[in-house]
Design a protein around this ligand. Sequence first.
Ligand code: TUI
Length: 307
Amino acid sequence: MKTRVTELLGIEYPIIQGGMAWVAEHNLAAAVSQAGGLGIIGAGGAPAAFVKEQIEKVKAVTDKPFGVNIMLMNPEADAIAKVVVDEGVKVVTTGAGNPGKYMAMWKEAGVKVIPVVASVAMAKMMERGGADAVVAEGMESGGHIGSATTMTLVPQVVDAVKIPVIAAGGIADGRGFAAAMMLGAEAVQMGTRFVVAKESIVHENYKQKVIMAKDIDSEVTGMSTGHPVRQIRNKMSREYLQMEKDGAPFEELEKLTLGSLRRAVVDGDVVTGTIMAGQIAGMVKKEQTCAEMIQEIMAEAEKLLSR
Ligand code: TUI
């Protein structure tokens, strides 16, 4: 299936992997790229030196294109923005902020820039700044989210910009893929389904929480702090929401979640850790290889789209 996004990125299938902090490391990124999608290393809150190592590890196992996601709240974002240029990374996606100040440097180096946006205004600003495409991410997504749903955001962004739009949030199978295409998207970004991939190094406890999750098992913390984060409900999310309700100061809430994503992903602490996942977790039921996932989604989507 050819779209402007497959052409832009030189990939076989219009499926890109979300830049999930702690989750999207070299094994997952390489597997998605090898399977014909676009694998992404998620820099999350990691130091620049670590991101550089991850890039080298992906390069060692695949010649296929891959990208790096820069979470812009990372204090080392400036350094990581330079690392991607020095390492000759072909694609950068960004999250949780405005990558405007890096755009000229990346364009100069020939890096394809794909900011993740949660609003039409941000999509237009990114297009003006020279973005090659945008990911329009709905609030069905896991992790840090905006407030519009995928169903409403994607067509509005498609109408507002000329660059290709990649849909994200609530997409995990061929039906979601086909629906995104109907909304005008030219690729999809998926996170939650790839969390449970065989190649994903995520702790088995975390994978089981995603696999066992039902439709309404996620909730959003941090509405009051301006950093809403979708995660699977557990002791940590309940405690956080209770503290928010009680009017706890921002610093105290921050302290509660410090290191909590790592605790869940790496240590498998799914009680006091934060289990970031999208609403579509309710439909993600099996561990498969990235290639199996991509093949299954494309076969189903092609059948639906040819009806
Ligand atoms: O970035 C994400 N998802 C993320 S980042 C993340 S790491 C984290 N960990 C703990 C607490 C908070 C974050 C986990 N999940 N998705 C892309 C995304 N970007 N969603 C929303 C936005 C966004 C928000 C505001 C993009 C731009 C923006 O603009 C703000 C501005 O500077 O004007």
